[in-house]
Design a protein around this ligand. Structure first.
Ligand code: GLN
Length: 343
């Protein structure tokens, strides 16, 4: 069977009836559904249209089982989550040393849109803050903007198993109002950290932020990294395995903006969030988690998404540095029903 949709619906129909993990996720969804904290991003009108009650959680195992609850078909813009994956593509295009000469991998402790570069090398701090993401987008190869965007969209397809569109109104709005990002880009141009095709690159950056995904796609993205760079459902390789650890480690240290330290301490899973309300989190070798809920905390991370990841990490001992016996064993909870692993 090669069709992704068929595989996915088969996986869902099996998991829907057989696995206790399914019930666990339903309970988790109910537990946080009524949590009404945070505010939907409104720096452009298109994002402010998101409904605060939208809420979806999807978990994909490295065996390719898909569990989901809530609004997992609802599309939204990937925003900053794209940064981690585009970093992977830049590494494939140029290798580690060259990419690192243009973008550092040091957490900033500053907001995602801060205008700060390393004082000695003039490099942006890391690929997860806007400056670093723009410098990373600059590295994506292609003879023009269209080809570079096409390469990005093909990459996302390798991870998620399906085609992605750009939300054009979001792109145009980001482009029209992105003065701060433009200022950062030109500051980096001044220091020779980005090439002179910077206007094309800014468009590319605004486009990558405007790619539409759903919570299931986010789980597929992280499940693919958790699975060594191979999509666990389609079995297609999405990224050279040499660079999987680069992407994951930068997600761990820098993925949740200036909340990355607290996130690492409390959740302990490499992750990336976006102002569209998504979070993608990786339990290496085990699962990918995708959450979607638009209300954000002051640091720009989804309030319900954080809670869901905290609970999953705690309840199943997924924290990277957990050495205690977890309250629940993930494999057992997932495989608890009949036939779950048979397909
Ligand atoms: N498009 C947004 C920006 O560049 C992305 C920010 C985000 O998700 N944090 O400001």
């Amino acid at each position: 069977m090669s069709n992704f949709g068929e595989l996915q619906s088969l996986a869902n129909s099996i998991t829907a009836v057989t696995s206790p993990f399914r019930n666990y996720l339903n309970d988790l969804y109910e537990k946080y559904r009524s949590l009404n904290e945070g505010a939907v991003a409104d720096y452009i009108p298109e994002l402010a249209l998101a409904k605060p009650e939208w809420f979806g959680v999807c978990v994909v195992t490295t065996e390719g089982q898909v569990f989901e609850v809530g609004d997992c078909d609802q599309l939204f813009t990937i925003q900053s989550i794209s940064k981690a994956f585009v970093f992977g593509l830049a590494l494939e295009d140029h290798g580690r040393d060259y990419v690192n000469s243009k973008v550092s991998v040091e957490p900033t402790g500053e907001a995602f849109n801060s205008i700060v570069l390393d004082e000695v090398t003039n490099r942006p701090y890391n690929p997860m803050v806007n400056a670093g993401a723009i410098a990373t987008a600059d590295l994506i190869k292609g003879k023009n903007g269209t080809e570079r965007l096409k390469r990005m969209l093909e990459m996302f397809k390798r991870y998620t198993g399906r085609d992605h569109d750009i939300n054009v109104p979001v792109f145009l709005s980001e482009k029209a109002t992105g003065y701060r990002n433009r200022a950062m880009a030109y500051l980096m141009l001044n220091f020779g950290m980005v090439s002179e095709k910077i206007d094309e690159t800014l468009d590319l950056y605004f486009q990558q932020c405007s790619i539409m995904v759903n919570a299931r796609d986010l789980a597929m993205l992280s499940a693919t990294l958790a699975n060594g760079g191979v999509n666990p459902v389609t079995k297609q390789r999405a990224i050279d395995e040499r660079y999987v650890q680069d992407v994951i480690s930068v997600m761990l240290t820098c993925g949740m903006y200036d909340a990355s330290g607290e996130w690492c301490y409390r959740v302990g899973l490499p992750a990336k969030s976006g102002v569209g309300g998504g979070i993608t989190a990786i339990a290496p070798g085990k699962v990918g988690i995708g959450t979607f809920s638009p209300p954000l905390d002051v640091k720009g991370n989804s309030v319900r998404g954080i809670k869901v990841c905290e609970d999953l990490s705690q309840d199943f001992g997924l924290h990277l540095f957990n050495v205690a016996k977890p309250e629940r064993n993930l494999q057992e909870w997932i495989a608890g029903g009949d036939g779950i692993n048979d397909w």
